[in-house]
Design a protein around this ligand. Structure first.
Ligand SMILES: [Zn+2]
Length: 245
């Protein structure tokens, strides 16, 4: 479930980010590749990351309508290694079962969101989405500071609770995958079960706004942004914001 303010228009598009970094300022080096598509009726961004040298890949939040990522991974000759969830809302975990069955790789979810996962199927029904296939058992409950390797690249877990009690964001050299914590010009909802608006603002200010301004933010809904842009202009947590949840 999504933004308080900046819900994406549901338009199918696909972007491929191919960021580069400078190694010792001399030789540009390829880093994590990111393929994203807007999926399903709630406009979820689904992200597939991979390390160019090993082609090891991780899928973040296999949402409603994300089935095509299996074919994409195969066509790119990727080697699936992980399935991650930023949090347990039904729209973000909808295809956990499908990809777990297809890829047989660890399903990694945030510790603290156990109850959200347990109630996800029921929440889907109450939102009028029918009865989804239940998410399979979680293989790894992750938390702040955990790191997962994708080839030579690291995926770092940052605890960002508030939208849900256990919500995490994933930091890579390509950027931050922020789920439903912060959006371009918006923040995540805090009024759903387990949400906490003050905690959400604290997560953004103390855990995300200390990242470099140039950090690209890939949110769970809507277009990408940067930490610097949101620090400056976000109407809820930006420089001039006076908002209190
Ligand atoms: Zn959500």
């Amino acid at each position: 479930m999504f933004a308080r303010h900046a819900l994406a228009r549901v338009t199918a598009f696909s972007l491929r980010y191919s960021a580069k970094r400078c190694d010792c300022g001399i030789i540009p080096k390829l880093m994590i590749q990111v393929h994203t598509e807007v999926c399903g009726p709630l406009g979820n961004n689904v992200y597939l990351l991979w390390d160019e040298s090993t082609r090891e890949a991780a899928l973040i939040d296999p949402a409603i309508g994300s089935e095509g990522f299996a074919d994409f991974a195969e066509s790119e000759r990727l080697v699936p290694k992980y399935i991650f969830n930023t949090h347990g809302h039904f729209d973000h975990i909808w295809n956990n079962a499908l990809f777990k069955r297809e890829w047989r790789v660890p399903l990694i979810c945030p510790r603290g969101d156990e109850a959200v996962f347990r109630h996800a199927a029921q929440a889907a029904v109450s939102w009028g989405f029918g009865t989804p296939e239940l998410s399979p058992p979680v293989d790894v409950w992750c938390g702040d500071g955990d790191e997962f390797l994708l080839g030579a690249e690291k995926i770092q877990v940052i605890s960002t609770p508030g939208h849900t009690p256990g919500h995490v964001s994933f930091l890579t050299t390509a950027g931050l995958f922020s789920g439903d914590v912060i959006f371009r010009g918006g923040i995540g909802r805090w009024d759903l079960p387990g949400g906490d608006g003050k905690l959400l603002l604290t997560s953004i200010r103390e855990r995300l706004f200390n990242l470099p301004d140039s950090t690209v933010v890939f949110p769970g809904h809507g277009p990408p942004t940067t930490i610097g842009e949101e620090k400056k202009d976000n109407p809820y947590v930006g420089e001039d914001a006076v908002f209190e949840p």
